[in-house]
Design a binder for this molecule. Sequence first.
Ligand SMILES: Nc1nc2c(ncn2[C@@H]2O[C@H](COP(=O)(O)OP(=O)(O)OP(=O)(O)O)[C@@H](O)[C@H]2O)c(=O)[nH]1
Ligand SMILES: Nc1nc2c(ncn2[C@@H]2O[C@H](COP(=O)(O)OP(=O)(O)OP(=O)(O)O)[C@@H](O)[C@H]2O)c(=O)[nH]1
Ligand SMILES: [Mg+2]
Ligand SMILES: [Mg+2]
Lengths: 277, 292
Amino acid sequence: IFQGKPIDSETLEELEETLILADIGAISASEVVDHLREKARKGELGESGSVREFLKKELSSLLGAGQRLVPYGEKPFVILAVGVNGAGKTTTIGKLASRFRDQGYSVLLAAGDTFRAAAIEQLEIWGERSKAQVVKHQSGSDPSAVVFDAIEAARARGTDIVIIDTAGRLHTKSPLMEELKKIRRVCDKALPGAPHEVLLVVDATNGQNALKQAEIFNETVGVTAIALTKLDGTAKGGIVFAIKKELNIPVKLIGVGEGVDDLQDFEPQDFVKALFD
Amino acid sequence: SISEKLEASLKKLKGKGLIGDEDIDAALKEVRLALLEADVNFKVVKNFSQRIREKALGRQVLDSLTPGQQVVKIVHEELCSLLGSSNARIALSPNPPTVIMMVGLHGSGKTTTSAKLARLFKKEGRRPLLVACDLQRPAAIDQLITLGTQIGIPVYSAKESKDPITVVSEAMKKAKTGAHDVMIVDTAGRLHVDDSLMAELKSIKTVLDPKETLFIADAMTGQDAVNIARQFSEQIGIDGIVLTKMDGDARGGAALSIREITQKPIKFIGIGEKIDMLEPFHPDRIASRILG
Ligand SMILES: Nc1nc2c(ncn2[C@@H]2O[C@H](COP(=O)(O)OP(=O)(O)OP(=O)(O)O)[C@@H](O)[C@H]2O)c(=O)[nH]1
Ligand SMILES: Nc1nc2c(ncn2[C@@H]2O[C@H](COP(=O)(O)OP(=O)(O)OP(=O)(O)O)[C@@H](O)[C@H]2O)c(=O)[nH]1
Ligand SMILES: [Mg+2]
Ligand SMILES: [Mg+2]
């Protein structure tokens, strides 16, 4: 098959262009292609049948095995959803709550976005749709107080899962990132060890800035998983390679639409295949 | 920074007098990388690079600048000219109301920007009416009503309605009877590849016959900016662009891609969540930001 034969430069250029267009990043794309060229030169492309297939295997292995977002340990299992404005946090929470309900868990939602117009109303509608309780305070109140009450309520009622909605915030705004740190501390105060999962919601249409988002949110509150939304569009979300490589944060969920059922587990092989569609 | 990188790749040029072939290739490689890292679309970068090459080749290296500075200057000038002039004007219609339709992807900032724009018109002495035409997103109507209340601007809505066409037809009547000279219509977020929603938007536009269709785009948008802009431009038709969330640290290369594809002016930038955070667009500042 490929025994120490060089790959033609046109194929390599096409592959590099595909990777860049998928938002993998210019430097990452050229590193991947250089690695590919070197493998071909050494005759190490193996039986994969084509350069493209070899590349798909390499990229899948970069992402590792698919990881699931599953509650564990003592209840309530607390999930803190964070991310920049408009990424899809509230919608993802609604979908997740519905999925957990279908799996037989009881769910409580904390309306931690006390800032944005109609944020609480929006979450309440998702609460109705997913049959999850919603703990809320007045708009404009301290989000940490809502979070504390929500976890207390879940403990009192024996609720299985608490999902906390927070206001969208750009990672460049230090007062807002400080507020998020406080929310995290309050979770732990209300229930030592909480939050058990910090879910960073990332819009697949974002470019290289998504890596910065992941870096800063991770630095601030420690991110354990990514929900990559709006993959029903044409953006590929290739930035997740850099996020995995640099920060070792896995994508656990993907959003593929606005409906309550439009949430899927992240399957690395399907994701890689879609890069080349 | 790009200036430092270009200095490094071009320093052997000093005193050579003219920018030649291999010199420019090394410099262009750095420029292309900077633009790609800034999220400018791959194909847009390719075309841009070609234009810079033509402009830079054979140019006399001015004594006052190093070759690196020379190339940065050419690139910056070309970026500014591509980004278009500072033009925050929305022309008013001779027959009121001036109808402005806000369109774009999910979460790009349409609802917030609708309110921001309405506030600006009110400050200029106009009587704007906001129209809540997003019947899809949970509490979208509440969101616009809440914003309208904050700035004392009426919002037309019909919560029980299932049909955006009915909503805009009724809104137009309301604008006339209420003597509103500006009507800003917020629409639901939609994907450029959702045929039925793009068709719906087309029908809404036909009924509204807006003076201005504004494409609201998130400054963090990556390579996909070209696909999105092309579809909205070709299927719906747009008159202007607003880039939101420019208060973050996204380099904003999507601005160049969207400009290239649509050839329409960027009119405003959103620089924050609060309702007074909308500014006119200035190409030179954005050019420096994209270049890094
Ligand atoms: N097509 C599509 N739209 C989505 C997806 N996820 C969320 N959305 C839409 O994106 C928009 C923003 O979603 P929200 O849930 O309000 O986002 P958010 O992060 O909570 O926003 P803020 O609280 O304002 O920061 C809404 O119109 C959602 O319906 C997805 O996977 N696909
Ligand atoms: N930091 C910042 N946030 C913004 C800006 N413009 C809008 N936002 C925020 O972005 C999020 C989404 O804004 P919306 O106005 O709901 O966006 P939309 O396009 O109407 O969303 P859909 O109706 O779901 O498609 C909200 O959290 C807004 O507060 C901006 O210029 N800067
Ligand atoms: Mg939200
Ligand atoms: Mg909206």
